[in-house]
Design a protein around this ligand. Structure first.
Ligand code: TA6
Length: 297
């Protein structure tokens, strides 16, 4: 059972549209976290704007993924057919990005201090999901907010007697005043798969810049700097050797759900992942943690 409200100093239950969320109003920062999808849509140090991009067309409806923030793509990333056979053979639902982002997670804990708030939620992927996926595992995600950082850690534990192969991503949407004057530093020389070029392998030459639809899976585990005209966002990770970089560009934006036609000019996704060949395999009882740390320069 979730901890009864009223025991918290900075955290309150709220309802946005059809969805329940935890609203954190701490003297040093604010955050909004939905039970559906364990979906973070807002984090900002006091006096600052949201570090995350959220579509102005986003809809807050039961069973519908929220466009923006940090969707949790789990227990598979991307289209099922584009996953390794060991991952693909477990997938029943032919939809992208798994089912965690539209499932209701269980609130495990809220811990508050003068400097931080930590919130943990869990999802038991058991027989209730057998129409979507053939596996039995548990996800525990912990958010840690402070005046300078937003941290996420997603731990998957295999509860099945058989080995579990899965892929995943923390699908972070970041804002920018102008995508044409935005670049990502830290991927220079990295190999990547260009999903828009028949999934061919390429090597990154210089910073990543944007001149239209971009959808790439980079081999990378290092810290990244996202330099925009409004400032520089820092993204670092652990438990991940792949980073997905995505901007839909003008054409795909028209086809995307809950996405404003010109929204592509003011956002990019830098996704901390275990995607493509970076999928994970766990034996019974083993765990893996995918962690993300957002900061500002
Ligand atoms: O992570 C990049 C990507 O796989 C793109 O190909 C695009 O489909 C994006 O995710 C958004 O997917 P969604 O299912 O949230 O519309």
């Amino acid at each position: 059972m979730p901890i009864a409200p009223g025991q918290w100093s900075f955290t309150r239950w709220t309802t946005i549209g059809q969805l329940e969320a935890l609203q954190v109003n701490h003297p040093l920062f604010s955050a909004r976290l939905f039970l559906q999808g364990a979906h973070l849509t807002h984090f900002a140090p006091s006096g600052h704007s949201n570090w995350l991009w959220v579509s102005e067309s986003a809809r807050y409806e039961t069973g519908r993924a929220i466009r923006g923030g940090i969707p949790v793509c789990w227990p598979w990333f991307g289209e099922p057919a584009k996953n390794a056979p060991e991952v693909r053979r477990r997938i029943v639902a032919m939809k992208a990005h798994g089912f965690a982002r539209t499932a209701v997670w269980k609130l495990e804990d809220v811990r508050e201090s003068a400097q931080t708030v930590e919130i943990s939620l869990s999802l038991d992927a058991n027989r209730d999901f057998q129409g979507l996926w053939q596996g039995r595992c548990r996800a525990l995600i912990t958010f840690r907010f402070s005046a300078t950082e937003c941290q996420l850690a997603l731990t998957t534990t295999n509860a099945d007697s058989q080995a579990l192969a899965f892929s995943q991503a923390l699908h972070t949407y970041l804002p920018t005043p102008d995508i044409a004057n935005t670049k990502i530093l830290g991927l220079e020389g990295a190999h990547y798969i260009d999903t828009l070029d028949q999934w061919q392998a390429h090597t990154q030459n210089g910073p990543v810049t944007f001149s239209g639809e971009t959808d790439r899976i980079y081999e990378s585990d290092g810290p990244l700097r996202i330099v925009t005209p409004a400032g520089t966002q820092l993204v670092s990770s652990s438990g991940s050797d792949s980073t997905v970089v995505w901007n839909p560009g003008p054409e795909k934006s028209i086809r995307l759900s809950d996405f404003p036609t010109l929204g592509w000019q003011n956002m990019l996704c830098v996704e901390t992942a275990n995607a493509a060949n970076d999928y994970q395999v766990l034996n019974q009882g083993q765990s893996h943690t995918l962690a993300l740390r957002l900061g500002k320069e």
